[in-house]
Write a protein that binds this ligand. Structure first.
Ligand SMILES: [Zn+2]
Length: 311
């Protein structure tokens, strides 16, 4: 197990398979008044190792995705008094399976049906008792963190800013080579871009972070984080250009036909459950945004079906 105390009381613990999906890295925060676990998707063995060293008082879920919450049940069973906190507005997908389907889009009859693979997903209700609001300061006794709402990936997706320790945790804004992910119903490209801008400003400040932690890679220096930002953000535009050139080359296409050309993920040899769902929803968010800026429009095709055309 790889773990690193990046500052007093702030320990990064790498998830199984180096924290890659369907696992994720977690943080252990140790203040005088509370021991806190941030996210629980590290995998059973890693998480049990964390909980073997003592129970936690609080579990914070940065958002409702499975690779961040799958260990909530284990954390609750090993820490019976633990309080579960989540971002404002994300209680529904954490407490209700129907809510989870509504937020992720797995319940759309035309999309992959999550009902079939519920057990594989490992979803279970989380007893959320508090919703965290942007800007509020959490004080664990000599260790404080400011709640940083970083919407876009999901509507409430939340990071933490340990100002006194100069450590920034950006959760799933992870500087991966894939780039930003926004494949749920209430994901938003505009919000994601605003969150990147917010992080860029914070990282550029003279009293900004020294270390940046994410949910899916080992700790980065702030210099490395800043160096990776432009390429990460450029994915939005690259994907948009691919969508536009497909429409310009082939002519008007339905959302389904366009998704089958995989403009976001690239052609897949093996389609994992949920992947086409993500492709279609990310594509839909792009098309809506392109329509708002007048670069595509949605019209009726020959059979009355909705097709998208480049302008
Ligand atoms: Zn996520």
């Amino acid at each position: 197990m790889y773990q690193l105390e990046v500052a007093p009381g702030v320990t990064f613990v790498e998830g199984e398979r180096r924290g890659r999906f369907p696992y994720g890295d977690v943080l252990v925060l140790e203040g005088r008044e509370a021991r806190v676990l941030v996210d629980t998707g590290a995998g059973e063995e890693v998480l049990a190792g964390v909980l073997d060293r003592g129970p936690v008082d609080v579990v914070i879920n940065t958002h409702y995705h499975i690779d961040h919450v799958r260990g909530n049940v284990l954390a609750a069973s090993r820490s019976p008094g633990a309080a579960f906190w989540c971002p404002e507005g994300e209680k529904e997908p954490l407490t209700s399976w129907e809510g989870f389907l509504r937020f992720t889009g797995f319940d759309d009859p035309g999309l992959d049906d999550a009902r079939r693979f519920r057990s594989g997903l490992g979803w279970a209700p989380t007893p959320v008792v508090r919703e965290l609001v942007d800007g509020e300061v959490l004080d664990f006794g000599g260790l404080r963190a400011t709640v940083l709402r970083l919407s876009g990936h999901t509507p409430g997706h939340t990071g933490l800013w340990f100002e006194e320790r100069r450590v920034l945790f950006t959760a799933d804004i992870d500087m991966s080579s894939f780039g930003p992910w926004y494949g749920d119903v209430f994901s938003s490209i505009d919000d994601y871009l605003a969150s990147l801008e917010r992080l860029e400003r914070l990282a550029a400040g003279t009293s900004g972070p020294r270390v940046v932690l994410t949910s899916h890679r080992r700790p980065l220096t702030v210099e490395s984080f800043r160096a990776r930002l432009p390429a990460f953000r450029a994915r939005f535009e690259e994907r948009e250009e691919r969508i536009l050139s497909m429409l310009a080359g082939v002519g008007p296409l339905t959302l389904e036909d366009l998704a089958a050309r995989w403009p976001i993920y690239g052609r897949q040899s093996r389609v994992l459950p949920g992947l086409m769902k993500s492709e279609r929803l990310m594509l839909a968010h792009h098309l809506e945004r392109l329509a708002r800026s007048g670069r595509v429009r949605c019209v009726a095709g020959p059979g009355g079906e909705k097709v998208w055309e480049a302008l």
